[in-house]
Design a protein around this ligand. Structure first.
Ligand code: C2E
Ligand code: MG
Ligand code: MG
Ligand code: MG
Length: 289
């Protein structure tokens, strides 16, 4: 009968709070050791040029292979990592792994503009030293700075304080470019967009779900793309799952897309094969000589 009493409900509530807190504490302590003991992996998803179909960039996405719980997706640990500050160490691990990977891809990359995009959380930006860390690792692995780019979500970007904005400036000066991620989910003013050192804007997938069936959504996405172009940025649309969506987006003037239709996030080995095939095709049967 304790369950139906007010005190019982409070106990149930306290218990679920308690287990939530415990779960978070467990994730924090396990993630700390996961970063040190290489339970993290990066997968890479292609970003394609809609006119040529070529893979012109890739996004690195982190995965956690837990020894008992198996594969854990970023949405289940990044928020906890952000709250606990662990995301700073995680970000360092991701940056080093991705830069090392690019150094191995160098010979396959004909296009000077090819970039690897990393996701950066606002917590990482507020810590001093991110641009130095990136510079040191780029130097260590002999990777040109223009191969690397950072993705920062629209919400995170708009909430930056002076320190965060200075960090962005430092990253830009290093030669690493910046992209706004998940555009359309937060609130940006056009004026702000123009002041920031960004060169690419990634439209969130929630904006294009009905783009093939809903004429109003098509008009809306067209306007968003125009806005992005009007401030001199390049547009990428994420979450493209069907050929028809890609066609509509191309007609609307979108230059780049990312999504399951063009390729799921894949292992470094699978991405190496994809890039190698592309390089072979580009160089032709005689190897381009
Ligand atoms: P995001 O940066 O917006 O990444 C895109 C997410 O959409 C990825 O989920 C990707 O697998 C998924 N996606 C791509 N194409 C499609 C599609 O066609 N349909 C659908 N339904 N989904 C698609 P993922 O890998 O689970 O990552 C989720 C989020 O976790 C990322 O969103 C990013 O915010 C964060 N994240 C991932 N890796 C890192 C990291 O290394 N550091 C930080 N700070 N955050 C990361
Ligand atoms: Mg992203
Ligand atoms: Mg995104
Ligand atoms: Mg997103």
């Amino acid at each position: 009968e304790a369950k139906t009493s007010g005190r019982g409900r409070a106990m149930v509530y306290q218990e679920s709070m308690h287990s939530m807190v415990q779960r978070r504490l467990r994730v924090v302590s396990e993630l700390g050791s996961a970063i040190r003991s290489s339970e993290l992996r990066l997968v890479y998803q292609p970003i394609v040029d809609l006119a040529s179909g070529r893979t012109v960039a890739v996004e690195a996405l982190v995965r956690w292979h837990h020894p008992h719980r198996g594969l854990i997706m970023p949405d289940d640990f990044i928020p906890v990592a952000e709250d606990s500050g662990l995301v700073v160490d995680l970000g360092y691990w991701v940056a080093e792994a991705a830069i090392k990977q690019v150094s191995e891809w160098q010979s396959l990359l004909d296009d000077d503009d090819f970039r690897v995009y990393l996701n950066v959380s606002p917590v990482e930006l507020r810590r001093p030293g991110l641009s130095e860390y990136l510079r040191d690792n780029l130097e260590r692995f002999g990777v040109p700075t223009n191969r690397l780019a950072l993705e920062i979500s629209e919400t995170a970007l708009m909430s930056q304080d002076v320190a965060g904005l200075l960090a962005l400036k430092g990253i830009e000066e290093l030669g690493v470019s910046l992209e706004i991620d998940d555009f359309g989910t937060g609130y940006s003013s056009i004026a702000y967009l123009r002041q920031l050192p960004v060169d690419t804007v990634k439209v969130d997938r929630s904006l294009i779900t009905e783009v093939t069936d809903d004429p109003r959504q098509r008009v809306f996405v067209g306007a968003v793309l125009q806005l992005i172009h009007s401030v001199g940025c390049r547009a990428v649309v994420e979450g493209v799952e069907e050929r028809e969506q890609a066609e509509v987006l191309f007609d609307l003037g979108c230059e780049r897309a990312q999504g399951f239709y063009f390729g799921r996030p894949m292992s470094p080995e699978a991405m190496t094969s994809r890039l190698a095939l592309q390089a072979r095709l580009a160089r032709g049967p005689d190897g381009g000589r």
